[in-house]
Design a protein around this ligand. Structure first.
Ligand code: FA5
Length: 340
C-alpha cells in the first residue's frame, strides 16, 4: 500500500504540473480525490490492514493528500492569474463608448424550461405546488421508504443543516408533504432546486433542478404513467421523439424505471452526439408509488394506487437547446445567455 501511495503521488503531481486550465485541474481532483477517486478507494481499503500498519499508512496517506491539495491550490492560483492576465490583454474596455442603447438581458434557458414544464403539466390537469429547499431528513428519506443506512442515501448524501434537516437531494419530499395534507385524487407537480454531493462534470452539478410529478387515485396503473410521460415528451420535444423505459430501483416506487428520450440531433438514427446509440442522456426516474409510502403518508394502499416521476430540468434544458455542458447554465456568461 505504501508503494501504491507513493506511485499515486508521483502521478498526481505530474498531472497537476501539466494541467493548463481550471477544468483540467478539477478533472484531476475528481480522478484522484473525488468520491470514486483513486486515493479515496485506496483509503477505503485501509480497513484490511493490520493494527500496526494502519497508523503508519494512515499518516502517509494524509501526507500524500496534503501535498496534493497544496500543489493543487498553488496551481489553481497560477492558472487563475494567467487567465486574468489573458483577459486583461484580450478584452479592452472602451470607457468612451456611447451606451445610449440599453441592452436588456435575456432569461436563463433553465428558467424558461421550468416555466414551460409547469405550463405543460398545468394544461394536462396537474396542480403546480411549491416545496422548501431545506426539508426534514424524514421527508427526504424516511417517509420515502429508504431503509436506514440504505446505500442510496450515501450515494445522494448531501449538506446537512443539523441532524434532522438537510438541503433536499430531490423534489420527492414534496410528494410526502402533499400526500400528508391532501386526499386523493391527487395530480400535482413541483419544480425547484435540489442539492447533492456530486462532482461537477458535463452532465452533473452539485446544485441542479428537478420537477416532481405525482398522481394518486383509484385504479392508477403503470400504463397511465407510460402514457403520461410519452405524451409529455412529445409535447415538449416534438412528435418524432420516443421514450425508452429501463428498469431501475428506487425505494419509494415499485416497479421503478429510468427514462431516456431519443437523441435530439439525430432523432434516434445514431450520431456522434449520442455515441451512435440514438438515445440522449438519462432524463428522469419514475415508478408506481410504493404501498409503504402511501401508508406512511396516510393514504390507504388497498384502495389507492399512484405513479410518480422526477425529472432533471437542467438535462431537459440541455437536450432541448443542444447545450453539451451543464456548467454553461450557471456561468452567467452574457455571450451564452444572449443566444436565447
Ligand atoms: C431521483 O432523484 C428520484 N427522486 C426521481 C423519482 C421521483 C423516481 C419519483 C421515482 C418517482 P435520480 O437520482 O435518478 O432520481 O434523479 C432524477 C434526475 O435528476 C436524473 O434523471 C437526472 O436527470 C437528474 N440529476 C440527478 N443528479 C444530477 C446532477 N448531479 N446534476 C444534474 N442533474 C442530475
Amino acid at each position: 500500500m505504501k508503494n501504491l501511495l507513493t506511485d499515486l503521488k508521483t502521478r498526481v503531481l505530474s498531472d497537476i504540473e501539466g494541467a493548463e486550465s481550471l477544468e483540467a485541474l478539477e478533472s484531476i481532483r475528481v480522478k484522484y480525490l473525488g468520491k470514486k477517486g483513486e486515493l479515496t478507494s485506496i483509503l477505503r481499503g485501509m480497513g484490511k490492514l493490520s493494527a500496526e500498519e494502519r497508523p503508519i499508512i494512515g499518516l502517509l496517506a494524509n501526507e500524500v493528500r496534503d501535498e496534493i491539495e497544496t500543489q493543487m491550490a498553488e496551481k489553481r492560483e497560477s492558472i487563475g492569474e494567467a487567465r486574468l492576465a489573458k483577459i486583461i490583454e484580450e478584452e479592452e474596455l472602451d470607457v468612451t463608448a456611447n451606451l445610449s442603447e440599453v441592452r436588456v438581458g435575456s432569461r436563463n434557458p433553465l428558467n424558461r424550461t421550468m416555466e414551460e414544464l409547469e405550463e405543460l403539466f398545468r394544461s394536462m390537469g396537474f396542480s403546480v405546488v411549491d416545496g422548501p429547499e431545506i426539508d426534514t431528513v424524514d421527508n427526504n428519506f424516511t417517509f420515502l421508504n429508504f431503509p436506514e443506512n440504505h446505500p442510496s442515501i450515501e450515494m445522494s448524501d448531501t449538506f446537512y443543516i443539523d441532524e434532522k434537516h438537510l438541503l433536499r437531494t430531490h423534489t420527492s419530499p414534496v410528494q410526502v408533504r402533499y400526500m400528508m395534507s391532501h386526499k386523493p385524487p391527487i395530480r400535482m407537480v413541483s419544480a425547484g432546486r435540489t442539492f447533492r454531493f456530486d462532482d461537477v462534470d458535463d452532465t452533473h452539478s452539485p446544485m441542479f433542478h428537478q420537477i416532481e410529478g405525482l398522481v394518486v387515485d383509484e385504479g392508477v396503473s403503470m400504463a397511465n404513467l407510460i402514457d403520461t410521460l410519452d405524451l409529455f415528451v412529445k409535447a415538449l420535444f416534438g412528435e418524432d421523439m420516443k421514450t425508452r423505459f429501463r428498469p431501475h430501483n428506487f425505494p419509494f416506487t415499485e416497479p421503478s424505471a429510468e427514462v431516456d428520450v431519443s437523441c435530439f440531433d439525430c432523432k434516434g438514427e445514431g450520431c456522434p452526439k449520442c455515441n451512435f446509440t440514438g438515445w440522449s442522456m438519462e432524463l428522469l426516474g419514475c415508478g408506481m408509488v410504493h404501498p409503504n409510502v402511501l401508508s406512511m403518508c396516510g393514504i390507504d394502499p388497498e384502495k389507492y394506487t399512484g405513479f410518480a416521476f422526477g425529472m432533471g430540468i437542467d438535462r431537459i434544458t440541455m437536450v432541448k437547446y443542444g447545450i453539451d455542458n451543464i456548467r454553461l447554465l450557471y456561468d452567467n456568461d452574457k455571450r451564452f445567455l444572449q443566444q436565447f
